[in-house]
Design a protein around this ligand. Structure first.
Ligand SMILES: Cc1cc2nc3c(=O)[nH]c(=O)nc-3n(C[C@H](O)[C@H](O)[C@H](O)COP(=O)(O)OP(=O)(O)OC[C@H]3O[C@@H](n4cnc5c(N)ncnc54)[C@H](O)[C@@H]3O)c2cc1C
Length: 666
């Protein structure tokens, strides 16, 4: 095998750019539905649109076979509440999410997820993803249903979160998309949505883009678009050398879909919401250190002397047995599960966890560091399902963690798995590998805000739909992203089937084309994309961090604008890859402006949004208990008021079920 070092030693220099570069060469792609972002949500949107008989194209920044946060796998699927074993109904689940968030999440999106999550998973099974214990490896285990062979996580009584063998979920979706003849244009960076007359707020009719290998220009002409580009992790934090290995974000999470929508006139809500960026990349590779959270839920944690840390229910009672960790306790309605885009939990839905006073007890010397995960204290089936089935299927863990540790001789039957050694506060959350203590205190990430959509998952713009996790207001995690993508794809196809032919505006295309290549003819003295991205993240952290006021926010806006018109305008791209990354910086600045402008509009502090205005310190004043949808019209900001439960108010019906049925549901 030849390595990078071999290459450089043999040739004495770094390789030439390996692709022919044709800046300015125009390619046209015509479809009925264009999906931007080929992650799990995007491929589901594409597959489901294609199944309805329309012509589909996917515009993907990476390679759709493995791209996205869900590209490396998944081990548990949330929201499949209509599975035959579940004791939770869509209404129960939706209300649990909505009430836990005190209304600050999209109830209609949650309901769609729960109505169709199980059907979506069954379709994944048809594509070749294992969702049942077909080899009877876990026969008789507490978490397995003997009849269906389904296996559950977190709540073994209510059975709504399903353990899946998802290491190959993305390649299987990709195969299905190819089988259906979907045109997937990989390694391509979108720069704009084309709208009728090139005007903000009008029907979308296409997109422009640049290929990041050849530099060629793409014009996508289409009747409907689904945006599914994931989150915007690089907005507040950027250090590419470490994000790749240890962050939960995808390197392509630059908020480009949000920027495209914002610049085209779509509406957004809750973009002012943010939270501590625990899983930032300053911690450890995902799931690589002992802990008791998520995939490792239920794992016994012991101290250096072998003394076990107690588990408690959310009501403060110590759990007597290991089995209890996976069961609802008196006072629980059901356990909702973690990682679904919910911040606070009402007690009756919160999971069992390590004792909440662990930090104090470590400080007092009651537990001696280091701590360890002791999987040997679990029953054989629990041990094998965690370090085996789940770690081998979870995102980013099959090779990096499971294979590496197993090959190095780690044996969960007898070996302890060390937790990171940290200041005591690091143990305040049972996810030790992602402990917030390892990230600078000013590091925050967006959380929960996104495109505002209706019951079709359509935005304010005719023809523009959104699927996905972090892109949409009310989105969740892996299974939820598949489900909203699938739903948005169907509705986009339905619209496309009756929509008039798209007519793109020539001036808009020409303007976009010129702007797209600006960085290729700047002076080589110009900054590179990494410096610009780091500067954007710094501005956002400093001026739109946890504590802000009118002045800091306006200074942030000014600095973003200065950066755009000076350093970014004169930045240089020496190849199409760098050009793509610089175009992302443009998008990051647009999202940054959106976030700051949304923050300026909320003149009150809000506990659920973790939003702290120093100039409006009163927390949660009732008159601000409303959404503030924000958009651009003729490049001017427009804001309106919207009740939190808008999805059950006129023009919609008063019940979830009625709305769902009216919008094509069964
Ligand atoms: C390590 C890890 C483990 C996880 N484990 C679980 C789990 O067990 N259960 C669970 O429920 N969730 C889990 N998640 C979360 C889950 O993977 C995400 O919620 C889900 O992948 C979101 O799906 P998405 O399609 O919205 O976004 P993504 O999967 O991130 O896909 C976004 C897609 O858009 C593309 N894209 C980005 N920018 C552009 C652009 N400018 N132009 C075109 N395309 C673009 C990306 O390349 C990517 O293909 C995990 C995440 C990680 C990182």
């Amino acid at each position: 095998m030849s390595t990078w070092h071999d290459y450089v030693q043999r040739n004495g220099k770094v390789p030439e750019w390996p692709y022919p570069v044709n800046y300015g060469k125009v390619n046209e792609v015509v479809s009925d539905v264009l999906v931007i972002g080929g992650g799990v949500a995007g491929l589901q949107a594409a597959i489901n649109a294609a199944r309805m008989g329309v012509k589909v194209a996917v515009l993907e920044r990476g390679h759709a076979k493995r791209s996205g946060s869900g590209g490396a796998g998944v081990d548990h699927w949330h929201g499949a509440v209509t599975n035959p074993c579940s004791k939770v109904t869509p209404e129960m689940y939706t209300n649990a999410c909505y009430d836990s968030m005190q209304g600050w999440t999209g109830g209609h999106v949650r309901y769609i997820i729960t109505k169709e999550g199980w059907d979506t998973l069954l379709e994944c099974e048809q594509m070749g993803i294992q969702i049942r214990d077909i080899k009877d490896e876990f026969k008789g285990a507490d978490f397995r249903d003997e009849e269906t062979k389904l296996m559950f996580a977190y709540d073994y009584a209510n059975k709504h979160i399903i353990r899946v063998w998802g290491y190959n979920i993305k390649p299987k979706l990709y195969e299905e998309a190819k089988r259906l003849g979907i045109n997937i244009v990989n390694r391509t960076m979108p720069t704009s949505l084309l709208t009728v007359g090139g005007k903000q707020g009008k029907r979308v009719v296409g997109a422009t883009a640049v290929n990041t290998r050849t530099g060629e220009f793409y014009i996508f002409k289409t009747k409907a678009i689904v945006i599914a580009t994931g989150g915007a992790g690089r907005l507040t934090f950027f250090a590419p050398e470490i994000t790749a290995s240890s962050s939960m974000s995808d390197m392509n999470s630059a908020g480009v879909g949000q920027a495209l929508g914002w610049n085209a006139g779509a509406e957004f809500v809750n973009m002012e919401m943010s939270g501590p960026n625990r899983l930032s990349g300053f911690g450890y590779a995902p799931y690589s250190m002992g802990g008791a959270h998520n995939t490792y839920h239920g794992t016994p944690i012991v101290d250096a002397d072998g003394k076990e840390v107690p588990w408690m229910d959310p009501f403060g009672r110590e759990l007597k047995t290991v089995e209890d960790r996976f069961l609802p306790q008196p006072g629980h309605d059901f356990i909702l599960g973690e990682g679904i885009g919910i911040g606070p939990y009402l007690q009756q839905f919160r999971g069992n966890d390590l004792t909440r006073d662990l930090v104090e007890r470590i400080r007092k010397g009651e537990f001696k560091l280091p701590l360890y995960a002791d999987l040997s204290r679990l029953s054989e089936s629990e041990r094998r399902v965690i370090f085996g089935m789940m770690v081998a299927n979870e995102g980013k863990t099959r090779i990096a963690i499971y294979d590496t540790m197993t090959k190095a001789g780690f044996d969960p039957d007898k070996d302890l798995f060390q937790a990171p050694v940290m200041p005591a506060e690091g143990y305040s959350h049972s996810n030790f590998w992602g402990a917030g203590i390892n990230a600078p205190a000013n590091l925050r990430g967006l959380g929960g805000g996104g495109f505002l959509t209706d019951w079709d998952l359509r935005t304010r713009l005719e023809g523009l739909y959104v699927g996905a996790g972090s892109t949409i207001y009310g989105g969740g995690c892996h299974g939820e992203s598949h489900t909203t993508g699938r739903y948005a794809g169907k509705h986009a196809a339905e619209y496309a089937a009756r929509a008039p032919e798209p007519v793109a505006d020539k001036n808009q295309i020409e303007k976009e084309k010129e702007a797209a290549y600006s960085a290729t003819h700047q002076s080589k003295e110009g900054n590179g994309w990494k410096e610009i991205n780091a500067a954007i993240a710094r501005i956002m952290r400093d001026y739109c961090g946890r504590h802000k006021n009118d002045l800091t926010l306006n200074l942030g806006l000014r600095l973003l604008n200065e950066l755009k018109t000076t350093e970014l305008a004169s930045a240089y791209a020496s190849n199409p890859h760098e050009l793509g990354r610089l175009l992302e910086c443009n998008a990051l600045i647009s999202v940054g402006e959106l976030v700051i402008k949304a923050s300026l509009e909320r003149k009150a502090s809000n506990s659920i949004l973790d939003f702290h205005r120093l100039d409006y310190p009163a927390m949660d004043p009732p008159e601000w208990n409303k959404l503030l949808p924000i958009r651009q019209e003729n490049d001017k900001v427009k804001v309106r008021d919207l009740p939190l439960d808008f999805h059950l108010k006129t023009p919609y019906a008063a019940s979830y079920e009625e709305n769902y049925k009216k919008h094509g549901g069964k």
